[in-house]
Structure formats: structure tokens, C-alpha cells
Design a protein around this ligand. Structure first.
Ligand SMILES: [Zn+2]
Length: 404
């Protein structure tokens, strides 16, 4: 049996200390070594040892001088943005959206292309490894600086084990990803539900930074929710928490993609909004209508903006149901911030005026007063950015509670 303080354990402690320090330097930087010692509780000798190593690996910059009470001015440390890069892939059934982020979470390279992933399951791992190698080559960035790969995908994901348990959109069931793909690429691979990845990005680099309790709601192909509670993503028992789109808004209502009746998604997703309009017009609903092409929802939006009564009503109903559902969430969780994101957030006041009205009408007492509501229409690239932030999250491990 290995001793508790054996080499493996010491290495682990060193890694944890290193990542915790990186986190402190990211949030506090530019920061002096003495301040890092105060904040982390580590000895100055340990701080000097670890930061010396990080400087040698070009992950830190030494800069300027801090205010000093006299004597020699201390050197300040900050993250070197180009010291390392994180790759993020958003996988959909028909394409890959890829970005490479620097250590500040900024996109330094991106691309998207058609790539049929559906039903490939295990074989897809080999294809993905090839794609990532080619991506790094095309980016022109040094392979040695890649600190890891993050994958964001729709569905139920065991992020701890790196397994896709159930992704109906991709047709993947019980597919191990992190380990085989990490072995093929020789770098750490992290996988998570795509909306959770987005929430992690917002907490690390985006509007969620100041908050420990916030919701990221995505609209578009479906209706998703990433929950950040007590500073960390809330996943629930099986890792499936956040199926906001499949909460019931109309008892015995329209059939949803999930098989249940009356889900929010069946009214407030792109296809849900289109169905409402088609129903009102007495049109036949096409068999493959759950994959609403983007141009159809944009056309309906144009019609609504031009005053078309049916189109307006379809968005109004979606907004109202979204607002009521959101009020239920606010009453349950008392978030400090709600971020509305995804392509559907581009619909503007036609969707969000009725949503605001319903939200206000159904929010309990004063819970809504202190809450910030931000609408941030996001393109597909933001999903890939979220996936890459899975890597940066590990890199900047929070020393406090293991949260984001
Ligand atoms: Zn459903």
C-alpha cells in the first residue's frame, strides 16, 4: 500500500496548489507573491517555488511594481494569455464548431464545418481525434501549448467519468469519451452537457463572474438551462438537472420531442413557435418539423415584426410560457442573475415583452427586484467557447470549494 505522503500524493498536492495559485493570479492579478501567500495560506517558499516553475513554463508574466510601503518594490505576477491554449468543440448532429481560447478565455482561432456525427458512437472517437489534430495544424499554434480539449454536447453526460450517457440528438448512448480520446490525443479531455459548459464559461469569464447563484437559459433548437448554485454547476443525481425545456407548461398539451405532452420546449423552441403558427393557420405540420430550419423561424420573426397577427401570437405565447416557467425557477432558486442566451434570444421584444410581463406577474414578493436579467443572443461559437472553458476550469481550479 502506498504511503499517504508518497510521491503520487505529493505530486497531487503540488498540482492542486499550482492550479489554486493560477486561479488566484487570474482573479487577483497583477498580484505580488506576498499577497498570494496571504490569500492562499501557503508559505512564501512554496509560492516562490511554484510560480518559478510557472514562469519557466511561460504561463505567467512578471510585470510592474505594486504599491510598496518602502524598500524594494515587489514584482507582480499575472497570467500570460498566450502561455497555453484550450480547444473547445461543440458537437451537433451535422456539424462541428471549434474554437481555441487563450488563458484569458479569448478566441484566438475558430472554424466550423459539416461533419456527420449522428449514430457513429465509438467510431466517432477516432474521427474526432483526427479532426482535432487537423484543427491544431490549421490553427498554426504550437501543439505543445494545448492544455486540453473540452467537448460540449446535448444530452445526459457523466462529466466526472467523461461518458456520454444519453444524447438523443446525436444518437449516442453510453459512449466513453474522455479516456479514449485523451489517450489518442495525449492531452486531458473533458466533456459536459453543452448548456452546463456555457454556464461554466459565464462564471469564469462572462457575466456570471460576480455571482454565485445564476441561471443560463438557452433558446433556439431547444430550451436549455445551466444552473450555477453556490458557485458551482448543479447537476443533480444522474447529472441531468436543468431539463427546463421539459417542464410541463400545458397539461395534456402538444407532444414534445421527448415524448411527453405539454413541455415548455414544445411551445418556446424554434420548432415550438413554428408549430403554434402552423396550427393557427391550419397548415399541415411536416413530419420532420422538429428540426426547424433557421430560415423558417427567421421568416416568422420578420412576419411578426411586420405586424402579422399569427406570427405575433406564436411568439407571444412562447414568451408568456417562458415567463411563467422562469418565475417558477426564480421562486424556487432566487438567482442573482438570469442570462437568456442562444440564437432564440435574438427575437427581441416580440418574445421578451410578454415574457417580462408574465415573469413579473408570477414572481413571488421581492425575489425579482434584486435580480438582474440579461439578454445575450449568442451565436454557435459561444457554445464551443463554453466547451473550451471546461479545460480552463480545471486549469484555474478554485481553491475554496472545488467550484468553478
Ligand atoms: Zn419534452
Amino acid at each position: 500500500m502506498k504511503s499517504k505522503n508518497g510521491p503520487a500524493n505529493r505530486q497531487l498536492i503540488r498540482d492542486i496548489n499550482q492550479n489554486s495559485l493560477l486561479n488566484l493570479i487570474k482573479t487577483e492579478g497583477p498580484v505580488a507573491r506576498t499577497r498570494l501567500a496571504e490569500l492562499s495560506g501557503l508559505s512564501l517558499a512554496t509560492i516562490s517555488y511554484i510560480t518559478g516553475d510557472l514562469l519557466e513554463r511561460n504561463l505567467l508574466l512578471e510585470s510592474g511594481a505594486a504599491e510598496s510601503t518602502g524598500g524594494r518594490k515587489p514584482v507582480l505576477l499575472e497570467i500570460r494569455p498566450e502561455g497555453g491554449f484550450a480547444i473547445g468543440l461543440k458537437l451537433t448532429e451535422y456539424e462541428i464548431i471549434a474554437v481555441i481560447l487563450n488563458l484569458n478565455g479569448e478566441i484566438v482561432y475558430s472554424e466550423r464545418y459539416s461533419f456527420e456525427l449522428r449514430d457513429h458512437g465509438k467510431q466517432a472517437i477516432f474521427l474526432l481525434a483526427e479532426q482535432v489534430q487537423a484543427l491544431i495544424g490549421r490553427s498554426g499554434l504550437a501543439r505543445a501549448k494545448m492544455i486540453g480539449l473540452g467537448l460540449g454536447m446535448p444530452g445526459l453526460i457523466n462529466s466526472e467519468k467523461g461518458i456520454c450517457i444519453d444524447s438523443p440528438i446525436l444518437g449516442w448512448y453510453d459512449v466513453a469519451i474522455s479516456e479514449p480520446l485523451g489517450d489518442l490525443l495525449n492531452m486531458p479531455v473533458y466533456v459536459d452537457n453543452d448548456v452546463n459548459s456555457l454556464a461554466i464559461y459565464e462564471k469564469l469569464f462572462g457575466q456570471g463572474q460576480p455571482f454565485d447563484h445564476f441561471l443560463t437559459i438557452t433558446m433556439g433548437r431547444g430550451v436549455g438551462l445551466g444552473l450555477v448554485i453556490n458557485g458551482d454547476v448543479y447537476r443533480g443525481g444522474l447529472g441531468g438537472a436543468g431539463e427546463f425545456g421539459h417542464t410541463t407548461v400545458i397539461i395534456d398539451g402538444r407532444q414534445c420531442e421527448c415524448g411527453n405532452l405539454g413541455c415548455l420546449e414544445a411551445y418556446a423552441s424554434d420548432w415550438g413557435i413554428l408549430h403554434t403558427a402552423q396550427e393557427m393557420r391550419g397548415e399541415e405540420i411536416p413530419a420532420n418539423s422538429l428540426q426547424a430550419p433557421e430560415h423558417e423561424i427567421l421568416r416568422l420573426l420578420d412576419q411578426a415584426r411586420a405586424g402579422d397577427i399569427v406570427a405575433l401570437e406564436a411568439f407571444r405565447l412562447a414568451g408568456k410560457l417562458l415567463g411563467v416557467s422562469l418565475a417558477n425557477l426564480v421562486n424556487l432558486l432566487n438567482p442573482q442573475l438570469v442570462l437568456l442566451s442562444g440564437s432564440g434570444a435574438g427575437a427581441g421584444s416580440i418574445l421578451f415583452d410578454p415574457m417580462h410581463q408574465a415573469l413579473e406577474a408570477h414572481t413571488f414578493a421581492r425575489l425579482g427586484q434584486e435580480m438582474r436579467l440579461a439578454i445575450e443572443p449568442a451565436g454557435d461559437e459561444s457554445w464551443a467557447r463554453g466547451a473550451a472553458s471546461l479545460v480552463l476550469r480545471q486549469f484555474f481550479l478554485s481553491p475554496v470549494n472545488g467550484g468553478i
